[in-house]
Design a protein around this ligand. Sequence first.
Ligand SMILES: Cc1cc2nc3c(=O)[nH]c(=O)nc-3n(C[C@H](O)[C@H](O)[C@H](O)COP(=O)(O)OP(=O)(O)OC[C@H]3O[C@@H](n4cnc5c(N)ncnc54)[C@H](O)[C@@H]3O)c2cc1C
Ligand code: FES
Length: 344
Amino acid sequence: MHLTLTPQNRVFDLVPGRPVLDTALAAHVNLPHSCKGGNCGSCRARLLSGEIDYPRGTPLGLSEQERNDGYVLLCQAVARTDLVVEAREVRRVTDVEIKSLPCRVERLERYAPDVMGLFLRLPAIEDFHFRAGQYLDVMLPGERRRSFSIASPPHDAGLVELHVRRVSGGEFTVRVFETLQPGALLRIEGPLGQFVVREQEPDSPTGPIILVAGGTGFAPAKAILRHLLESGVRRPIHLYWGVRHEVDLYQRAWIDERLLRFEQLRFVPVLSEPAGDEAAHYRTGFVHDAVLGDFEDLADAEVYAAGPPALISALRATLPIRGLPDDRLYFDSFAYAPDAKPRT
Ligand SMILES: Cc1cc2nc3c(=O)[nH]c(=O)nc-3n(C[C@H](O)[C@H](O)[C@H](O)COP(=O)(O)OP(=O)(O)OC[C@H]3O[C@@H](n4cnc5c(N)ncnc54)[C@H](O)[C@@H]3O)c2cc1C
Ligand code: FES
């Protein structure tokens, strides 16, 4: 069986029984992807001809409307016939080695009622190379894993900083809030993901860099922001952060200090459920609407977005209307699946 990718018209063999994404990646054809679990929607592509199955069941990351419009999730789809798929090939952005490492909890810092800063110390003899924006998996017994974005940038390699939001009844996050102590040992695997800051090249766009975070999507945004500011990037940078209430805007002092030091930085917090007089002091509504309201033309911009799947879907659906090229919206969707399968 063959897969033809349009518009490039690349053809390659499909391995029977294996998800289309896996065979494409094995053939060094890098298609967009993130969770590989059918949850985040990153690998969504339009099936122009052929038939597929979802052996693990209909994936959650595809809406009924998208299915009806002919979209498939390539990380879950297995071919039954030759396929013709419209999908954008992306430049491979990371060749970093994925490692499985023990680490020690150095400290825990309460950032907000339901967000904990978790600082991990990796073994001194191990190099842990990653790119700003990537995430790691904390391993649980039975090869189960939980994903968290790295909030510290690669050039500050002393401690790895994570921002952990407490999930009600969550196996790992509740442990972080209730029993995890400094000195505890964890095992991590990483770095993971294709959501990384793009280096400034002579042919890079010159317009604004817009970071859009939802909740603890601030973690990778912080790593990217630090990388950009601390490596001397001069382009205008806009940080949009959507949360429910003011109290969810943790690390405000850290942001305020950057706003004083870096003239090119602008910060727009957006509250979706303002309480009391919060509405008088903040933008309100959905954070993607705030971005749309502020920018008429995004043709020369780059957008980095991280947070809940609904935020990412909204940005993917709306930013192209403002002229943002498809390949300049970089995103990480915090899709979760209970006891996600080991990554292949
Ligand atoms: C690439 C990636 C990066 C991520 N980065 C971060 C990050 O930086 N900070 C962060 O706080 N989270 C992040 N997440 C989400 C995080 O992985 C989950 O919240 C976490 O795995 C929950 O683990 P748990 O063991 O506490 O919950 P589980 O025991 O896995 O889940 C308990 C119950 O809660 C549901 N649930 C699990 N996670 C969530 C959630 N996020 N929201 C609502 N319901 C949920 C489950 O479906 C289940 O019903 C990221 C996810 C991905 C895919
Ligand atoms: S990579 Fe396919 S849904 Fe996330």
